[in-house]
Design a protein around this ligand. Structure first.
Ligand code: ATP
Ligand code: MG
Length: 138
C-alpha cells in the first residue's frame, strides 16, 4: 500500500488506515532516514490506538511504553544500539512476543532479531512537508 502526505496534519487519517491494514499484525518496523518522520507517524499511530500520554522519541531509554485503548504499545528506537546483544540484554523478546503493539525505529540495528511476521513501513522524503509512505505486510 502506498500513501502520500503533503502535511503532518494528514497523519491521523493515515494512521487509522495503517492500523486497519495491519489487522492482527502488531509489530511494525519503520525505515527512513533521520528526520523522515518515523517518530511523528508513530505518535499518530499511538493516538489512533487511544494513547493519551505524550509520545516522544525513546532515544535515551531504547523503549517507551504507552497504554492504548485495548493494547499496550512499546516504542523502540534502536539508533544508539551498538550491538544486537544489547537488545537481548534489555529483554526485547518479552516485548516482541507479547500481545502488545511494537513500533520499532531503526530495525536495521537488529537484523537477526526480527520476528517472522511484521508490517514494514518505509518513509521517503519527497519535499519539505511531503512524504511517501510504503506499507507492506511480511
Ligand atoms: N508529512 C510529514 N510526515 C511526517 N513528518 C513530517 C511531515 N512533514 C514534515 N514533517 C516533519 O519532519 C520531522 C520528522 O521528524 P521525526 O522525529 O518524526 O523523524 P524520525 O524519522 O523519527 O527521525 P530519527 O531517525 O532522528 O528518529 C518533524 O519535524 C515533522 O514535523
Ligand atoms: Mg525518531
Amino acid at each position: 500500500m502506498l500513501l502520500t502526505t503533503t502535511s503532518p496534519t494528514q497523519l491521523p487519517a493515515i494512521a487509522s488506515e495503517i492500523i486497519a491494514f495491519a489487522a492482527d499484525t502488531r509489530i511494525f518496523l519503520f525505515y527512513g532516514e533521520m528526520g523522515a518522520g518515523k517518530t511523528t507517524l508513530i505518535k499518530s499511530l499511538c493516538e489512533s490506538l487511544g494513547t493519551t500520554e505524550t509520545v516522544t522519541s525513546p532515544t535515551f531509554s531504547i523503549v517507551n511504553e504507552y497504554i492504548g485503548e485495548s493494547h499496550k504499545i512499546y516504542h523502540f528506537d534502536f539508533y544508539r544500539l551498538k550491538t544486537q546483544t544489547e537488545a537481548l540484554d534489555m529483554g526485547y523478546e518479552e516485548y516482541f512476543y507479547s500481545d502488545a503493539y511494537c513500533f520499532i525505529e531503526w530495525p536495521e540495528k537488529i537484523p537477526d532479531l526480527l520476528p517472522l511476521h511484521y508490517v514494514n513501513i518505509r518513509i521517503h522524503v519527497t519535499g519539505h512537508s511531503s512524504r511517501d509512505i510504503i506499507i507492506e505486510k511480511i
